[in-house]
Write a protein that binds this ligand. Structure first.
Ligand code: HEC
Length: 130
């Protein structure tokens, strides 16, 4: 039992390490992200954001390291994805593309930051959520 657990955590560690070795920072969505997105779009759900991230990493990391969603503005992502589809022949089912783009926009540089929890200035929380 204890042995199995160790093997599992080593494997998880390796996966996390591999993910971090890539260039862009591709944040894992949390419930806090759903909350900060409420004012702009109450339609976001945690499950959708997680699915969007998974699709992004799966479809967009084969040729180059994935770019961090925060490297671009929200209004740039649709164009970038369209260009990859057109010029690089990247295949993504239409539904997946929509879910993926919603994730990218949610974590883009123009997405609203988490509101301050009421302690101290807003700076800390907003930088932590990047
Ligand atoms: C078939 C290979 C391939 C796949 C898959 C791919 N890309 Fe690219 N991507 C490239 C190449 C090559 C470049 C280098 C710039 C260029 O040639 O336009 C690039 C550049 C980029 C850039 C930098 C933009 C710029 O102006 O330089 C972004 C952002 C990007 N890709 C996003 C994506 C996204 C999002 C996906 C998934 C939909 C994706 N890529 C999948 C080949 C690919």
């Amino acid at each position: 039992m204890g042995h199995r657990l160790t093997v599992a955590s080593v494997a998880l560690g390796a996966v996390l390490l591999a993910a971090c070795a890539h260039g862009g920072f591709v944040p894992q969505p949390t419930a806090l992200d759903v909350e900060r997105l409420q004012p702009v779009d109450p339609g976001y759900s945690l499950a959708e954001l997680q699915a969007g991230r998974a699709i992004y990493v799966q479809r967009c990391s084969s040729c180059h390291a994935v770019h961090g969603p925060g490297e671009y503005r929200g209004d740039q992502w649709a164009g970038l994805v369209a260009r990859m589809q057109r010029e690089k022949k990247v295949k993504i089912p239409e539904q997946d593309r929509q879910v993926m783009e919603r994730y990218l926009v949610a974590f883009s540089s123009t997405s609203p930051r988490a509101v301050d929890g009421g302690v101290g200035g807003g700076g800390q929380i907003s930088s932590a959520s990047r």
